[in-house]
Write a protein that binds this ligand. Structure first.
Ligand SMILES: Nc1ncnc2c1ncn2[C@@H]1O[C@H](COP(=O)(O)OP(=O)(O)OP(=O)(O)O)[C@@H](O)[C@H]1O
Length: 246
């Protein structure tokens, strides 16, 4: 499975400067965390990969399938930053509804919704109305919705934002169990929290890839002598801040 952006340029308005310019990126397997400061272009990259937006120039493909194709859209699941609780629907109904929107028949969507909720450890809340769920639980409903139609790639935009430490721990366990069979690209500002769990790290700033490689390679950018609890943050700082002579 190869999701690839080739020489992608994207601007939100025809007259505006591009947010991404000639960007080349190939998503590795396992869990990849996408880091970068506010406005770096993380959501934009995810939206191009999710076929929510299309590049002005360049191409986005999954095993050669163009992102405008129906097969591509079915193979890729995207969870936006804000998940909305659908008034009066239960967690299972909301997930099943998403499956139906993705083209599944009602029966299949209903059955697979239960499986997807089990994968994110929410079976106990399947019959709870989504508006009664906590923010962290609602995000897990979002992941279940992304999983319900058997996507081959999962793109998650800041899924851990606003979660308390316990919810983040549950979420990390859920992610671990998912990435065995589905590559996941996840944007976050929780560098320390997720870097140590991930297989790969991508750092972008100003629409450019500053680093893309293994988590070990990423952590190696921390200066010698960095205290063990601060290695991920120090590595991120070293990669994202210009050196004094530049
Ligand atoms: N809908 C939009 N219309 C116009 N400009 C936009 C739109 N969405 C994002 N931008 C601009 O594109 C740039 C990249 O934004 P993007 O949301 O991709 O960054 P990000 O790295 O996800 O940021 P954050 O960490 O704050 O979520 C920013 O300058 C932003 O202002």
């Amino acid at each position: 499975m190869t999701l690839e952006l080739r020489s992608c340029t994207y601007a939100y308005r025809p007259w505006a400067p591009p947010v991404l310019e000639n960007l080349d990126y190939a998503l590795p397997g396992g869990l990849t965390i996408l880091l970068g400061p506010n406005g770096a272009g993380k959501s934009t990259l995810l939206k191009l990969a999710a076929s929510v937006h299309f590049p002005r120039n360049g191409s986005v493909t999954l095993d050669g399938l163009p992102s405008r194709s129906r097969a591509y859209r079915r193979a890729v699941a995207w969870m936006p930053q804000n998940i909305t609780a659908m008034t009066s629907l239960t967690a299972r109904e909301q997930v099943a509804y998403t499956g139906w929107l993705k083209g599944m028949n009602r029966r299949d969507a209903w059955d697979k919704a239960a499986d997807a909720l089990a994968r994110v450890d929410l079976s106990a809340q399947a019959d709870t109305r989504t508006r009664r769920l906590s923010g962290g639980q609602l995000r897990r409903v979002g992941v279940a919705s992304a999983l319900v139609h058997g996507a081959r790639v999962l793109l998650l935009d800041e899924p851990t934002a606003g979660m308390d430490p316990r919810q983040r721990r549950v979420f990390r366990d859920v992610l671990r169990s998912l990435t065995d069979d589905v590559p996941v690209l996840l944007s976050t500002h929780d560098v320390a929290d997720l870097a140590e769990d991930s297989d790969n790290v991508t750092v972008i700033d100003d629409g450019r890839v500053l680093y893309s490689g293994t988590t070990d390679g990423f952590l190696a950018h921390a200066p010698d002598g960095t205290p063990s609890g601060r290695i991920a943050e120090a590595a991120y700082t070293a990669l994202s801040e210009p050196t004094p002579n530049h």
